[in-house]
Each structure stands twice: as structure tokens, then as C-alpha cells.
Design a protein around this ligand. Structure first.
Ligand SMILES: [Zn+2]
Length: 294
């Protein structure tokens, strides 16, 4: 957890039966508004169409829609500058990685249909928690706090955005092809659906969890393992193992082995290679990475 955050970060995923059986079709957004050539965002909108809508049937929504967001929270839209950055980063660090390491069809078939950006965090006044993202049925992913995006801070990018994306995507995959039941035995008895937010990262590691949220239930544990392993560099991953102690480390290692075999056998994905690719790309993010013409 970042020290600047004085409240617990709550990662809530709202799942409504997550299996995404939506076969790729020409476009499910055929009725979306025609692009306006006079609009100051015209170039960006074209880019989104060419990079997400056409190839992946994905509507990348950066203009906040009240009907598509939770009215419970006080939310502001994502700025155009941050939206452009996050769109390019999403393509480079997620979609292009799968296209290269698996094939282009993979995210066409299993990826989300909507990514919705929100500028502000979603604080819950009652629980004192902050929501990083939500995912609804594997179809729509909402990302909060986009106006805080700092491309020079990879840890922050991972914590707020990319871990969330890989987390949700791993849900879609395990709901399509189940992981081995033996995974759930490793930490059986240590899951705390109601109390996980009171478990510190260090205590979680000692119990064999890579994050506090992993301790909420086995499915969350499974996807947190994959998401954290994919986005964290060696140094950050080793920090978790170091704080885990012998017992925690043994559990984390065993869980990772199961995740790794499952990814390989069920999906033909070498998790180590994919992680190397993501780590390599993360190091290429700097001010020159972004297209100045968007
Ligand atoms: Zn989840």
C-alpha cells in the first residue's frame, strides 16, 4: 500500500456471472455517434476506433457517462490528456502483449467490450475505502482515479490500472476453464470474506497471500496471484516473498506453480514469458512514448 493513502484501498469487483461467451462480431457499437470532424478530440476518437473498436469490438469511453457509473460516489470525468495516455498504455501494456504472446483472436474473444474511465477516485464515506475499479460480467471494466495517472510511476500505474485489468481478465479465464481445486486447499481456513481489509500486506504475505484482497476468497486469491505476478518486477515480487517468511513463501510459490501450469495447459500461455514481455514494455514508458498528434 502506498503511504500517501491514509485509507485502505478496496478493490471491489462487481461480478454478475462473469463468463463472457460473446463471440467476436463486426461491431456491437454500430449505433454509436458519428465522429465529428470539428471536434477537438477527433484524432483521438479515430485512434480509438482504429485500435480498439474495429479490431476488438471495444468501446473505450473516456467521456464519463452518469448512467454508466455509480451515482453513490462523487465522481468527475477523466481529463482528455490522461485519457489519451491511458488509452495508449492500455494498448501497449495489455492488448499488444496478448496479441504478441498468444494471438490477436484471444482478446477479441475474451476481452471486455467497454472500458470506462473516471477521473476521480471512488471513496466510500461509510467504509473509508477506495474503489480502484469494477468489472461487470467481464463485459465492462470501469477504471477510477485516472486524473492521478503518472506514467513515470510504474508502481502506481500497476496498482491503479494494469493490475485491475489483469485481475478481471483472469476471472474471465478461470470462469471459462476452471483452475485445479488443489489451489483452494493451500490457504483453506485463512480466507476472510468480511475481514480481509483489516489484514496488512505483510500479514497477508505471511499467510501466503500476495495482497490483502487475496485473503477475501479463493477465486480472488487466484486472480490476484496472476495479476500481481504479471505486472510486478522482480524487485517488487521479491519484496513480497521476503516479507512472507518461510511458511508464506512456500504457499505463494506453490500457488504460483499451479497458476503457471494452468495458464500453460489450458491457455497455452507461458506466464513467465508474458511477465517478461510486460516488464520489458514497462521500461519503455516515458514522455516520448505518447503520440503527440492525438
Ligand atoms: Zn476479483
Amino acid at each position: 500500500m502506498k503511504p500517501i493513502l491514509t485509507i485502505q484501498i478496496l478493490l471491489i469487483f462487481i461480478l454478475f456471472g462473469c463468463v463472457n461467451n460473446d463471440e467476436f462480431t463486426e461491431s456491437i457499437f454500430i449505433d454509436t455517434e458519428e465522429l465529428n470532424t470539428d471536434s477537438p478530440t477527433y484524432e483521438f476518437d479515430i485512434w480509438l476506433n482504429n485500435n480498439f473498436l474495429k479490431p476488438y469490438n471495444l468501446s473505450f469511453k473516456y467521456k464519463m457517462e452518469d448512467v454508466g457509473s455509480d451515482m453513490y460516489y462523487n465522481l468527475v470525468p477523466s481529463s482528455i490528456e490522461k485519457s489519451k495516455q491511458l488509452a495508449q498504455l492500455t494498448k501497449f501494456l495489455w492488448f499488444d502483449v496478448y496479441a504478441k504472446m498468444v494471438d490477436e483472436e484471444f482478446l477479441k474473444k475474451y476481452g471486455p467490450r467497454i472500458i470506462h474511465l473516471i477521473g476521480s477516485p471512488a471513496y466510500s464515506p461509510n467504509s473509508g475505502t477506495m474503489k480502484l475499479g469494477t468489472a461487470e460480467g467481464g463485459i465492462k471494466i470501469t477504471l477510477f482515479n485516472c486524473n492521478s495517472l503518472d506514467y513515470s510511476n510504474i508502481s502506481m500505474l500497476n496498482e491503479y490500472f494494469f493490475k485491475t485489468m489483469h485481475h478481471e481478465f483472469a476471472h474471465i479465464l478461470h470462469q471459462t476453464k476452471m483452475y485445479p481445486k488443489e489451489y483452494e486447499q493451500i490457504s483453506a481456513g485463512d480466507y476472510s470474506p468480511m475481514g480481509w481489509q483489516y489484514i496488512s500486506s505483510n500479514d497477508a504475505a505471511r499467510l501466503g497471500f500476495v495482497s490483502s484482497y487475496s485473503a477475501s476468497e479463493a477465486q480472488e486469491d487466484f486472480v490476484e496471484m496472476i495479476a500481481n505476478y504479471l505486472v510486478k518486477n522482480d524487485s517488487d515480487w521479491n519484496n513480497i516473498l521476503d516479507s512472507a517468511g518461510d511458511e508464506g513463501r512456500e504457499k505463494i510459490t506453490k500457488k504460483l506453480e499451479i497458476c503457471s501450469s494452468w495458464m500453460n495447459e489450458k491457455w497455452g500461455i507461458d506466464i513467465q514469458q508474458m511477465r517478461n514481455e510486460i516488464n520489458k514494455r514497462q521500461l519503455q514508458i516515458n514522455k516520448d512514448f505518447f503520440d503527440p498528434n492525438l
